[in-house]
Every structure is written in structure tokens, then in C-alpha cells.
Design a protein around this ligand. Structure first.
Ligand SMILES: *[C@@H]1O[C@H](CO)[C@@H](O)[C@H](O)[C@H]1NC(C)=O
Ligand SMILES: *[C@@H]1O[C@H](CO)[C@@H](O)[C@H](O)[C@H]1NC(C)=O
Ligand SMILES: *[C@@H]1O[C@H](CO)[C@@H](O)[C@H](O)[C@H]1NC(C)=O
Ligand SMILES: *[C@@H]1O[C@H](CO)[C@@H](O)[C@H](O)[C@H]1NC(C)=O
Ligand SMILES: *[C@@H]1O[C@H](CO)[C@@H](O)[C@H](O)[C@H]1NC(C)=O
Ligand SMILES: *[C@@H]1O[C@H](CO)[C@@H](O)[C@H](O)[C@H]1NC(C)=O
Length: 716
């Protein structure tokens, strides 16, 4: 059941021309000012003209027409709103989801947000968004039910939907949220940023499973978060989606301070509509058909979606239209650029090897593809929640149903054949096949083990381990392999790797996330070194307990002096880099990219999103091959700020360098990046005192000689 809440003024927004397609080409070819400002940013925001037009037309509507416009009707899409034919206003087509159009065919299954965030590559993320947006528009969809922009953010590593979101770091998450909304909407699609807000875990269910494996006795969790943490940690990603002009926002299933998020006057009216100035439409999420229990009551008109489009896309709009173009090539690039090399003895990239062994069902084709998908509703074995075959995406509304999967075994076999390499395989996980595995491992010069963790909407994790006892599989292969072992992890969340990562023959470990349909081709690009890995891990293992406030993920480790196995921002390359000469210059640049202004309150005379300082660091490729490094800038607030974790990411930039080449990386520090939320005065202020900035290649490797101190004048 679902409904549209509040106004539907969006229908008339000039910033979102619903039938207008931009010419082909990646967004980075155009400057933001050329693309958006001239056309859309009039009188401070993209909504200005739309609001005026909407007000003029709403007064002409009958009550029946107003209700029609804001509620669901039966139609060709996953959800449809009614129109007002008398005034020439069409109904809208709404459809899942963040990784591609769901419930239809001839689409691309893209790497998930969690995966692509690891690329730390702004251009890549926006280009992915542009291409996803065009696939949606080409299918006749007006409103994409995505992206996931900070709900969940990733407070707990146990949350079942973290793979749909970017990262627990609010700076990385919010910058990528802005680019994703801007990219997706550039084709005329309306994005629905979700799930607003504080949706950090799935409902708690303590009833028995029903006959179909569904959960019973479910209760929503109430998120109790203080004002400062709300503003500084959980709200920034949504603020950026509003600033990027998102046309819609979906509220969330959880409660906030005991009130359903979709009914929270504080969260919806005071914060989202007044403070952020959001003028689009707010959608309530709908009930997954197999979930029972006490969900928030929908406070408006209700509509039963049990008759939704069938999975073969029979009644889908623009059925069987194929507008993928060369998206498979780009999806492959995104997947490879998002693969993190966690460890490498030198076994990668592969060279001179003649016999490879491949192990694990995660290297194999999944059993079903079209007509279904790795979904909550048609998963192979709902009770055990596992997915047979390679894991390319998580389950639930965030999944897109691939038209094909380039399975790892397929891609490796093709590549190996060209190189006259022999490939032996045992694509099982269970101990019944350990005998065959021992033999194959013994014959192999390099053993590649594929293991996975499949996450599904509606189910939080019970542990931080691999599915199907993947740890045992790794240990068994390691014991018998004649050469070194390469472990490939397909997972949508954090994992404990301690029982196997230091074993003597574990040569390399790749974290490939949920790479989408091009999974096999992308991993081959990395294994053979056609793509030099440059992605970075961006979640360690926080002990998320109530009351950690701002200190989630790496900030918790910093605050408690804990050294995680792989820190936030860690990721290796086939080359090496050095950084030098960090400097920071005061330089005011008027807000360069806002599409829709927010009403956030702040001190001083420059705008909250104006750039006040520019930091620069030199990065040199000191190795032997072309590669990319992500330079990262971390900030420490003045000591007057007692509640702050030791450091915050405040800049990142990826630079491609030839051996011996030096590049200068720039970080733009906006007023908001330097500010904190003053709870008493209810506004953003720059704290007085000494700021410390450090540059480095991860949150742990920021060296002292790349440190700069700054006193920032609070009247800025
Ligand atoms: C309600 O919307 C539907 C679908 O767009 C349309 O066919 C119908 O005429 C609308 N009703 C009114 C009263 O405008
Ligand atoms: C929830 O309650 C806390 C503690 O009273 C308060 O600081 C916070 O502002 C409330 N959040 C919302 C969204 O109302
Ligand atoms: C999944 O794979 C295992 C091992 O190959 C097999 O025993 C099982 O029947 C499969 N399950 C489904 C539902 O296909
Ligand atoms: C930083 O790089 C720039 C551009 O290559 C160069 O001009 C400058 O001298 C470098 N600084 C240092 C300290 O190496
Ligand atoms: C990361 O930076 C540290 C110095 O802070 C350096 O020792 C290390 O080699 C760098 N790692 C890589 C992979 O470049
Ligand atoms: C970061 O530094 C630590 C030592 O402080 C080192 O063990 C680790 O390999 C470094 N990480 C990277 C990515 O260079």
C-alpha cells in the first residue's frame, strides 16, 4: 500500500521535463553551470517557476482531481498515480530501483551503490547515474524509487540494506548522493531519494516463519537520535539530494522518537520541508507482500498493490524496449574501478601462470535469471536466505533483474584460453566436494576462491561471516593449493576475515562488492591487470551501540584507539604512490553547484555551500605501471569541540598517473564542511580555534608531515 503525501506540484516543475531527453554523452563533458544554472536555477532554485505554475493550476482542480493526482491507480507500472486529463496533466509511472529498472527485461544490472562508492570517483559515479537515468526514462518510467541516500547510512554492519547505500561516512555519502541525483535527473527522470530518515535497521521480528518463509511478529524500531547527530551525521546526504533538486523523497518504515517516520511532524515538516526547503513530493514506502506485523499506518489515502505488474513485465510500459546502448561496457568499467585490492603478495596481476584452479559456487552461474531475480519474493530458499551461484546484487526492492550474468567462471575460462592457461574448477562449497577440491588445488599454481555474502531487504544479519561456511572453503583450498591463493569476496557489507587472512598461502584478497551483471569480466580485468585496482574500503567493523552519536565506523575506532584489519580508505594498487606538500589557501568561491537552495540556518556572511578554502597535495606515482590513487583529506575540529570524533573525511580526489608522474590534487572545503550544528542556537557555526588537516591514502595513513593547522575566522 502506498500513497503520495503532500503536494504534487512536482508535475509542473520545469527542472524535470518528463519527456525531454538530453543528448548522449557523459556529464563530465559539460560544466555544471552550462548544464543546469542557465535553464533551471532562476530566483534561487529549480522549483520557483514550478511552484507558481502549480499554484495556478491547483486552484482550478476539483477535490476528486486533487485526490486522483496524489494517490495510486491501476496502471502499467509498478505504481501509477492518477492524472488530471481535463487540465492536460498525465499520471506518473513509478518504479524500483537503485540498480536498474526492476520487474522488466533488457536492462542493465549495475554495481550497487555500496560497491561504486568504493571507487571514490566522482565522475564515474555521476556518469553511472546518468546512464541509469536514461534506462529508466527509456522504459517510460517517470519516477525512479531510488537512489538510497543515507537511509540507511550504515550505522550498523548488521543492517540488511547497507549494500543499497553508499557508505557510513557522511561526507562521502552526501557528495555521492548529490552527484547521483543530478546525474539521474539529467535525462528527465525524477529521483526519489530514500529512506528518510534514521532507517538503520530492519524491523525486529520474533514470530515464527510462515509457510512461505516470511517473517511474523515484526515491530519497527524507533531511532532515538539527538539533534546534533541528526544534523551532522544522518541529514547531510538528504540535504544534498534536495540541493541537487530531487523531485521526490520516500519516508521510511522506522519510527523516530516513537513516532512513525512517515508521520513525524518534526522530521517531515520542520526539518525536510522548512529547514531543507524541500518542495517535491513525499512518498510513503509500501509493504513487502511477505512481511507482516505492525508497520506504520499510512496516513493518507491507501491503495492495495497486490495486483502489481507481473515479473515478466507483461503489462510494463515500453515492454521489451532495449535502450541499453553500450552500458554493459560502462558497467564493467564501474565494477572493475570499484574493486578493492585489500592484500597482495605480488601474485596479482597474474603472469607466467599455466594452471589455475577456480573454487566456490560464487564463481558459477545463478540458477534463474529472467522472470525472477535475486529477490525477496523469489529467492531460492527463503528460510536460509541464500543465493545459488555468483552473487552480483542483494535481494529485495534494490535488485534489478539481469538479462545475463557474465559469471566469473565464464570470463576466466575465456581469458585463460587466450593465454593457453589450463583452468580446473570445483564450483561447490560444501565438504562433500572437499576431496575433489584437494586434488584440483594440488594441481594448481594459483587457486582462486570465490566466496560471498548475500544480503536481503527485510533481514538483518545475525553474524559478520560469509555464507555457506565460506571461511572453511578458503581454509581448505589454502591447505592444499600448490601455489598462492587469491580470495574474491562478493559481499554487501563488512566481514570478519581474521581466521584466514594471515594463512601463509593467502596471496591476494579482492573485495568486489556487488558488481552487477558484468561481474566476471570486471574481475578478469583486475586479475590480469588490464585495470589497475584503485578502489578503497569504506567501512570497517564498528561496534554500533546506542549512544555512539557521531562516532560510527572509522570514527569509533579512532575515538577508542582500535586498529581495524583494514581501515576506512585502505586499498592497494599494482603501483605505489607518495604524497607531498599539503597546503591550504583561503579562497572564496561562490557555491558552484546548487540547483535548489536549502533554508539551513548559519552564521556569517558567506553561503553554507560556498567554498572558503582550497587544499592541495602532490601525489607521485613511484611504481612501474599506470595507476590511480585516491588522495584523502581528513579534518580535526578545534579542541573546543568536545563531542567530535578525532577525524572526519572532508575531501577526496582520484588522480590517474603514469610512473614517475606527479599530479596536484585539489580539495574544496565548503563552509558546511567546517561547521558544526549549534544545538542551542539551532544553526550551523564554524567553531573557533585551531583546525588540523591531514592528507593520506587512508584514514590511518595520514602522516604528520602532511599536516596543516588553520585558525578560521568565524565571521566568514
Ligand atoms: C484519474 O486518473 C486516471 C489515470 O490518469 C484518469 O484516467 C482519470 O480520468 C482521472 N480522473 C479524473 C477525475 O480526472
Ligand atoms: C528526538 O529526541 C531527541 C531527544 O529528545 C531530540 O534531541 C531530537 O531532536 C528528536 N528528534 C526528532 C527528529 O524529533
Ligand atoms: C543450490 O545448490 C545446491 C548445491 O549445488 C543444491 O543442492 C541445491 O538444491 C540448490 N538449491 C536450489 C533451490 O536450487
Ligand atoms: C607539486 O607539483 C607541482 C606540479 O607538478 C610542482 O610544480 C610543485 O613543485 C610540486 N611541489 C612539490 C613540493 O613537489
Ligand atoms: C600510504 O601512505 C603511507 C604513508 O602515510 C605509506 O607508508 C604507504 O606506503 C602508502 N601506501 C600505498 C599503498 O601507497
Ligand atoms: C598504513 O600504514 C600502516 C602502518 O602505519 C601499514 O601497515 C599499512 O600497510 C598502510 N596502509 C596502506 C594502504 O599503505
Amino acid at each position: 500500500m502506498w500513497s503520495l503525501v503532500h503536494n504534487a506540484l512536482l508535475l509542473l516543475s520545469p527542472s524535470i521535463p518528463s519527456n525531454h531527453l538530453l543528448p548522449a554523452g557523459e556529464p563530465s563533458h559539460l560544466q555544471p553551470s552550462q548544464r543546469y544554472h542557465d535553464t533551471f536555477l532562476t530566483d534561487g532554485g529549480s522549483w520557483h517557476t514550478a511552484l507558481e505554475k502549480a499554484q495556478n493550476v491547483v486552484v482550478k482542480m476539483t477535490l476528486e482531481e486533487k485526490v486522483n493526482l496524489t494517490t495510486a491507480v491501476t496502471g502499467p507500472c509498478q505504481a501509477n498515480s492518477g492524472g488530471v486529463p481535463r487540465l492536460g496533466i498525465p499520471g506518473l509511472c513509478f518504479n524500483d530501483g537503485p540498480t536498474g529498472p526492476r520487474y522488466t527485461d533488457f536492462i542493465t544490472q549495475w554495481p550497487s551503490a555500496f560497491t561504486v562508492a568504493a571507487s571514490f570517483d566522482r565522475d564515474l559515479v555521476e556518469a553511472r547515474a546518468v546512464r541509469i537515468g536514461k534506462e529508466f526514462r527509456g522504459k517510460g518510467i517517470n519516477v525512479e524509487l531510488g537512489p538510497v541516500t543515507g537511509g540507511p547510512l550504515g550505522r550498523s554492519p548488521y543492517a540488511g540494506r547497507n549494500w543499497e547505500a553508499f557508505t557510513p561516512d557522511p561526507y562521502l555519502s552526501s557528495t555521492l548522493s548529490f552527484l547521483t541525483v543530478r546525474g539521474m535527473q539529467s535525462s528527465g527522470l525524477i529521483t526519489c531519494a530514500k529512506h528518510y530518515i534514521l532507517y538503520e535497521q530492519e524491523p525486529v521480528c520474533d514470530g515464527p516463519l510462515d509457510n512461505e518463509g516470511g517473517r511474523t511478529g515484526c515491530r519497527d524500531v524507533s531511532s532515538e537520535v539527538d539533534d546534533k547527530t541528526m544534523r551532522e551525521l544522518y541529514l547531510p546526504s538528504f540535504a544534498e539530494t534536495v540541493r541537487a533538486g530531487t523531485g521526490a523523497i520516500m519516508c521510511s518504515y522506522n519510527k523516530i522518537n516513537g513516532t512513525a517516520a512517515c508521520e513525524s511532524d518534526d522530521a517531515l515538516n520542520r526539518i525536510l520541508k522548512d529547514e531543507l526547503g524541500f518542495k517535491g513530493l513525499i512518498l510513503t514506502p509500501w509493504y513487502a507482500s511477505k512481511q507482516n506485523g505492525d508497520y506504520p499506518k499510512v496516513n493518507y489515502q491507501k491503495y492495495d498493490l497486490s495486483d502489481r505488474v507481473d515479473v515478466n513485465g507483461k503489462v510494463f510500459r515500453n515492454e521489451h524496449v532495449d535502450n541499453r546502448g553500450d552500458n554493459h561496457l560502462f558497467a564493467r568499467k564501474v565494477a572493475a574501478e570499484s574493486t578493492v585490492l585489500l592484500k597482495n603478495s605480488g601474485v596479482l596481476p597474474l603472469k607466467g601462470v599455466r594452471r589455475i584452479g577456480v573454487f566456490g559456487s560464487d564463481a558459477d552461474y545463478p540458477p534463474t535469471l529472467s522472470g525472477c531475480g535475486p529477490d525477496l519474493f523469489c529467492m531460492v530458499e527463503s528460510k536460509r536466505r541464500y543465493w545459488n551461484g555468483t552473487v552480483t546484487i542483494g535481494g529485495g526492492s534494490g535488485a534489478a533483474y539481469a538479462d545475463y550474468i557474465a559469471a566469473p567462471i565464464e570470463a576466466i575460462s575465456w581469458r585463460a584460453r587466450q593465454e593457453r592457461i589450463r583452468v580446473d574448477q570445483v564450483l561447490h562449497d560444501d565438504s562433500a566436494h572437499y576431496g575433489a577440491m584437494s586434488w584440483v588445488a594440488y594441481q594448481s599454481e594459483v587457486c582462486i576462491v570465490f566466496v560471498s555474502l548475500f544480503l536481503v531487504e527485510g533481514w538483518d544479519r545475525e553474524h559478520l561471516r560469509l555464507d555457506k561456511e565460506g571461511e572453511e572453503l578458503i581454509k581448505h583450498v589454502e591447505k592444499h593449493c600448490s601455489g598462492e591463493v587469491v580470495v574474491v569476496l562478493h559481499a554487501g557489507g563488512q566481514l570478519i576475515v581474521e581466521d584466514w587472512i594471515d594463512l601463509p598461502k593467502i596471496g591476494a584478497v579482492l573485495f568486489a562488492g556487488y558488481p552487477g551483471q558484468e561481474t566476471g569480466n570486471a574481475i578478469v580485468d583486475i586479475l590480469w591487470g588490464d585495470v589497475n585496482p584503485s578502489a578503497k574500503g569504506k567501512g570497517s567493523y564498528p561496534k554500533a551501540f546506542f549512544g555512539e552519536r557521531l562516532a560510527i565506523d572509522y570514527k569509533w575506532y579512532d575515538q577508542h584507539n582500535i586498529t581495524p584489519r583494514f581501515e576506512f580508505g585502505h586499498g592497494l594498487s599494482y603501483t605505489t604512490f607518495e604524497m607531498s606538500s599539503l597546503n591550504i589557501e583561503e579562497k572564496w568561491i561562490e557555491d558552484p553547484d546548487t540547483i535548489q537552495k536549502t533554508n539551513e540556518a548559519y552564521d556569517g556572511h558567506h553561503g553554507l555551500y560556498d567554498i572558503l578554502y582550497v587544499a592541495r597535495v602532490n601525489v607521485t606515482n613511484t611504481g612501474k605501471v599506470l595507476g590511480a590513487e585516491v588522495a584523502q583529506l581528513y579534518m580535526t575540529y578545534p579542541s573546543s569541540e568536545k563531542d567530535q570524533p578525532p577525524k572526519h573525511l572532508r575531501g577526496y580526489s582520484k588522480v590517474y598517473l603514469y610512473p614517475g608522474q606527479t599530479g596536484v590534487v585539489e580539495f574544496h572545503l565548503r563552509k558546511k564542511d567546517l561547521s558544526v550544528w549549534d544545538v542551542k542556537r539551532q544553526k550551523w557555526v564554524i567553531p573557533t580555534g585551531k583546525f588540523i588537516f591531514r592528507a593520506g591514502n587512508s584514514s590511518a595513513n595520514t602522516s604528520l608531515d602532511l599536516e596543516a593547522e588553520l585558525r578560521i575566522d568565524s565571521v566568514h
